[in-house]
Ligand binder design. Structure first.
Ligand code: UDP
Ligand code: MG
Length: 319
């Protein structure tokens, strides 16, 4: 069990074009941290923002702040990974910069961690400021992914969570290019527990997700955690073969008894189109996996760092 006096907490905040929210975020976060009285580092990961995000972070003049400036925009999952790689706390909290994840929940996450849990994830009970379609698609997504995958990925959780040191070390060993973080958090195992909260709407700025990206995100989730879609082709093929064999027997019988006729063009078209469709779809499914294999085999580093300024307060508080 971690010792209360000694531990250092790292807060990892991925930020992409968040200049409007960051000052408010930092204010609310530091208010929460004041009451914690433990050595803390706040790791901001600037994910190749095209606005003044980096300037805003550097303007905080807070010794607890560390900044990782990535060489370009790599996407949230990678930005998070960069943060986890650089975090040196006994426990690491991952939180969005847009204030959809309330920093006020952090003490509760820490309590659970001190009870001995390795992954304490925040589960949203309500979501404000999001459309019906987004909520419904999110629900469907969790249902599908829980149905197909062997690791239990908890529903209604974002990336907002606390990880123990050994959970972070475990995650750091998973270097795949296609990173479905929610799945990876669940995949490592260890004792996990949920803390409920109310999800606020974005404080300012806008979400970086559109529906096409969400669909791709869902594909990413499914393909990184199950190969079941590949099996669908096998069974579809089997079913069609059995069906066409029975149908062939029926035609032979019909020809023998009633003689041959040239009719049947429409049914022929239907069968050809149906089979063509099934084949193309199965090829597409194989393609999804093949494409991902292609990307993984390159074994590229996940990100490059433009500059890293570690927190200056940490060494003092360690003494
Ligand atoms: N983010 C990032 N890189 C990106 C997109 C987003 O680091 O390419 C960060 C963003 O700054 C925010 C968090 O990831 O702190 C969540 O992003 P967003 O609010 O757009 O996602 P949503 O809450 O809609 O899932
Ligand atoms: Mg958000």
């Amino acid at each position: 069990m971690p010792n209360n006096n000694k531990f250092t907490l790292s807060i990892v905040v991925p930020a992409y074009n968040e200049e409007e929210v960051l000052p408010e975020f930092h204010k609310r976060l530091t208010e929460v941290l004041e009451n914690l009285s433990v050595p803390v580092e706040i790791l901001y990961v600037n994910d190749g923002s095209s606005d003044e995000t980096l300037k805003v972070i550097n303007g905080f003049h807070d010794p607890r702040v560390a900044v990782i400036d990535l060489s370009r925009n790599f996407g949230k999952e990678i930005a998070l990974t960069a943060g986890l790689d650089h975090a040196c706390g006994e426990a690491v909290v991952v939180i969005d910069a847009d204030l959809q994840d309330p920093p006020e929940l952090i003490p509760q996450l820490i309590d659970k961690w001190q009870e001995g849990f390795d992954v304490v994830y925040a589960r949203r009970t309500t979501r404000d400021g999001e459309s019906f379609l987004k909520k419904a698609s999110a629900k469907l997504f969790y249902r599908v992914i829980q149905g197909v995958s062997r690791v239990k990925i908890p529903a209604d959780t974002g990336d907002f969570r606390l990880l123990s040191r050994r959970a972070v070390e475990a995650l750091k060993q998973l270097r795949e290019t296609h990173r479905f973080m929610k799945g990876l958090f669940a995949w490592i195992g260890y004792p996990q527990v949920a803390v409920n909260y109310h999800r606020d709407p974005r404080f300012a700025g806008k979400t970086k997700w559109n529906y096409w990206q969400l669909w791709n995100f869902a594909l990413e989730g499914i393909t990184s955690f199950t190969i079941n879609p590949l099996k669908i082709a096998t069974y579809l093929g089997l079913m069609t073969s059995v069906f066409s064999f029975t149908y062939a027997l029926f035609i032979i019988y019909k020809t023998l008894v009633f003689g041959e006729s040239v009719q049947g063009y429409p049914s022929l078209m239907v069968v050809i189109l149906f089979l063509g469709g099934v084949q193309l779809m199965s090829l597409g499914v194989i393609g999804e996996y093949l494409g991902r294999m292609f990307n993984e085999t390159k074994q590229r580093p996940l990100y490059f760092v433009n500059s890293f300024n570690p927190s200056t307060s940490q060494n003092e508080s360690d003494q």
